[in-house]
Design a protein around this ligand. Structure first.
Ligand code: PLP
Length: 397
């Protein structure tokens, strides 16, 4: 189902007096892409959500939890059994020993996790390092807490990070760094040596790390390493993760954070007064999901790899230089063969090829005047991807 949002201008003759932060936050361009996608009846490869169902066992578990009347506020920190399972997973998959009572908080999506992490660490004017192209939420999330993004721009196809690139930002003074691996929109999977470099600099310059690991199980090349597992990072990392992508339940709003007891205590207070708790019956279903056998996670990555390998050659054939992603479920391409800038390219594709993608400007420095990039999401049924390919290859560039 398509989500269509209508943007309301903030300044009108009858405008109320709004906060500075309200004016800093811009409407998401992904919503805009979805809007014209709807207008042209295009296939939506823009928004990062699957068009296929969630596993039946999870849905059944949610239905059962509602029938059993798990309908009231849950423990604000998260249902204890779910927190215990998250601790089991952290040890098994991330080699990190975690205390579920003091270090795990279940929240409303990784989105809330990221926000409470920033609210816990960032004061007005603190600088936070963000790698460009970045997941678009990071900038409005920082604006909400008065944080200032400090950008480092990565280059395709490797999106590699080096000491020379990092050192000036750390020297300048940053309070935290956001690492997203596997990354949206680039599909970059951070290597062990890159993470070790970050870990060394974080300790040298007394910097915290917030790691967005939402695509942890959607990986095709390399391995997922949690920065928190690297020596010296245990108490200066906040892990943000969630269930949306792994279990195809983006609308259920379930995520979690893992951090030291002190950081967790602070995040839990903020979380309690913002959302009280994550949806109670759905936490029961999340436990069912986490207990799936290993084959679920293996097949998840294999399925997405097959979808990636359907779409990628078509984008090569179209002549827009796609970058083969190592993880997550997006492909980043150049857009200059389609139109002179990313927005016009996305609009032209939606109108002429009836395929919507997100303009790269959405993931780029807000003041960048020239962006040539598009993001295609392949978390779609094979039949949707096949139709999108057919449409794309009809367009003459
Ligand atoms: N982090 C990244 C990198 C994402 O791409 C997304 C969703 O697209 C999220 C976080 C949001 O996750 P959630 O649905 O758990 O709030």
């Amino acid at each position: 189902m398509l989500l269509i949002f209508r943007d309301t201008p903030l300044t009108t003759a009858t405008s109320p007096s709004l906060s500075d932060r309200a004016y800093q936050i811009k409407e998401s361009q992904i919503r805009e892409a979805s809007r014209y996608c709807e207008r042209f009846g295009a296939i939506n490869l823009a928004q990062g959500l699957p068009d296929f169902p969630a596993p039946e066992a999870i849905k059944e578990s949610a239905r059962a939890a509602i029938t059993l009347d798990f309908n009231q506020y849950a423990d604000s920190w998260g249902w204890d059994k779910l927190r215990e399972e998250i601790a089991v997973k952290m040890l098994r998959d991330n080699q990190i020993t975690v205390d579920p009572d003091t270090e795990v908080t279940v929240c409303c999506g990784a989105t809330e996790g990221l926000n409470i992490a920033l609210m816990t660490l960032i004061n007005q004017g603190d600088r936070v390092l963000v790698f460009e192209p970045f997941y678009e939420n990071y900038i409005p999330n920082l604006a909400t807490v008065g944080g200032i993004p400090e950008f480092i721009t990565l280059q395709p196809p490797q999106w590699e990070v080096t000491q020379e690139m990092l050192e000036p930002s750390f020297k300048k003074g940053i309070k935290a760094v956001i690492i997203n691996s596997p990354a949206n929109p680039t599909g970059k999977v951070w290597t062990k040596s890159e993470l070790e470099l970050i870990a060394r600099l974080c300790q040298q310059y007394d910097v915290y790390a917030i790691t967005d690991e939402i695509y942890e199980y959607i990986i095709y090349e390399g391995e997922h390493i949690s920065l928190m597992s690297i020596e010296g990072m245990r108490d200066r990392t906040i892990v943000v993760n969630g269930f949306s992508k792994t279990f195809c339940i983006t609308g259920w709003r379930l995520g979690y954070t893992v951090a030291s007891p002190v950081l967790t205590a602070a995040m839990r207070r903020i979380h309690d007064f913002i959302t009280i708790c994550a949806p109670a019956p759905l936490q029961h279903a999340a436990l069912t999901a986490m207990q799936f056998g290993r084959e679920y996670f293996t097949n998840l990555a294999l399925d997405y790899k097959r979808k990636r390998d359907m779409l990628y050659p078509a984008l090569v054939k179209l002549g827009i230089s796609p970058v083969l992603p190592k993880g997550a479920y997006y492909i980043w391409t150049d857009s200059s063969a389609i139109a002179p800038d990313a927005e016009s390219a996305a609009f032209r594709l939606a109108k002429e090829a009836l395929v919507a993608a997100v303009p790269g400007s959405c993931f780029s420095h807000p003041e960048r005047t020239q962006v040539n990039g598009l993001r295609f999401c392949f978390a779609k049924k094979d039949s949707t991807i096949a139709l999108a390919i057919k449409n794309l290859l009809k367009i003459k560039l």
